[in-house]
Ligand binder design. Sequence first.
Ligand code: IVH
Length: 689
Amino acid sequence: MNKPIPKLVDLSLQDATVEHSRLSAEINHHNKLYYQDSTPTITDSEYDEIFSNLISIETLFPELVTSISPTQQIGSPLVSGFTKIPHSVPMLSLDNAFKDEDISDFVDSLRRFLKLSVNEPLELVSEPKIDGLSVSLRYENHKFVRGTTRGDGNQGEDITNNLKTISEVPDQLPKTAPKTIEIRGEVYMTKSEFQELNTYQKSLDEKTFSNPRNAAAGSLRQLNPKITATRPLRLFAYSWGEIDANLPSTHSGFLKHLEDWSFPVHPLTRVCQEVEEALAAYRAISEARQDLDHELDGVVYKVNRIDWQKRLGFRSRSPRWAIAHKFPAERAITVLQDIDIQVGRTGILTPVARLLPVKVGGVLVSNATLHNEDEIQRKDIRIGDTVVVQRAGDVIPQIVTVIEEKRPSHLSPYQFPHFCPICSSKAVRIKGEVARKCTGGLICPAQAIERLKHFVSRNAFDIEGLGTKHIEAFWRSELIRDPSDVFRINEKSLSSRDGWGEQSAKNLIEAIDSKRTITLDRFIYALGINQIGQATARLLAYTYSTLSNWRHEMNEAQNKNSESYKELVNIDGIGVSVAEDIISFVKETNNQKMLDDLEQFTSVTDFQSLTTDSPLTGKTIVFTGALEEMSRSEAKTKARELGAKVSDSISQKTDFLVIGTKAGSKAKKAHELNIRIIDEASWLQLVEK
Ligand code: IVH
């Protein structure tokens, strides 16, 4: 059992560090017993006591708060005991909006994309955004066969047996429903049932939950479905995944089907004509919110016509045809105890506020983002200030303002460091940029470690079991210095290390080996090049198809007069600044060596476009002039969906120039280069085939 900790005021930093890691280990151990094994060995109040001791230490020694501290884990920890299941149709997220203008902008962008005339009505469906956990329910031959969590959007966890315990999840669909269909919706707990559950848990001296969402999450991810069965979970359905029948013509029509098939659909769902009605629905839902027995965190607007939804399609993480209008953030007052400077993968110094822990909307907050130097100056935030903290949805908490009346007279303005706190190299601000950057490059441990963390992260090489702690330790002992070293780890190099048994070493090596084959887009993303996020990496993979071609073209592109440079900057969505970052990455000899090594250790699969049999597959297209039937964005999206590369300017590599009205010099140039020029009607024929 937990030993009483020495009187806090007497603790030195060294003692506090030892005590902090002892308490953290103890909490992690009990978390595992509770969440994974469902066999807790201590009561909840004993658990709470250990937890509050940890908070007290972190309050006195904020430098001990790291992202892996148990106090920083929001919600229930990930349970690894579930089988992972790929989603046949990804489970995406939604773009967030906070202001009415954002919604008007959203509707304007829909109209532009679809090229709707001003008189053409555009119906939206407004649905309450339920604060729960999204699930996918798969029905085959009308029978519920599998249920999964959202997971990372591409694969979720198999929680079928837990979902079967929820009475609102139909076990059987009527014969009128499609034979194979995946229904998507949100599992949640009502506020009153959450209170009752907590009272009951308390009476048994069991763990209580901080809010209904956490209670629903903890209940749904039980390895033992018998425990889930005792928890009051409910469902609202709102969408579909895979489906083997034609969809109705509208989203509201689909929701009607859901009701016919006995799925609960939120009663405050409305069909709205235009943005004004949608915003009125938002206000009505905001007002109804406090009287509802479940928590909402906003309103979702969706384009009602499904053919339009299809045309609008998806960005990398969210549909273009929907948006979440979030309710205003929740706020609380606390004290700013310190400002820590973190150094990221690209050397940017990011200030982080260490706060006296405070509950904001049911979640304990002890850190907040301060963005950058200018933000601290603009708000004149000083260490020791009383501040207003705000939390909105999944967004990192922020400091909204300082309460100046509460400022003790001795506080002086915050001085942002001009040297890297990790490697002491100079930290400079490039003209025109808000960020101050460490100039230490990879001699800076923080940058090197962050780059390694990025390399193995979920959307990159996705190596399970190689977490922050291991990376930091491996880096310090020089086992891993460069990303390619990850693939050099072997049983011998691990066997001599403390804490690595035969089995744990074997597990890690297996995990690494299983990720040696990787798609080109993930590979490029993993390199951690400045400005290359997932979407840009995909664009590059899409354009260059193979690793050797990409490397060759990027080497050529170092010469700014080359065709390769022109092609790179002209890729729609790249441009000069991103191209510069790619070129400075490939220019670096260390990076070339790393790429050579990685090529040796891994197998990078060529990028396959979604369609391989369209007349546009592999072709490079340029658009010019205004199209009548669809917007430029829709045309580009369509071209990419059909496997084409979209460029901004004509070169030898262009296969087609699609011309609309008022086509300018591009048509002339295409003509000179003998490039096929097609008009809008032929373009439509090509894409409709
Ligand atoms: S639609 C591609 N509708 O919000 C469509 N999502 O922030 C994606 N959510 O992951 C979802 N209520 O878990 C949709 N009426 C609603 C929703 C809803 C809650 C959740 C869902 C989603 C998250 C995105």
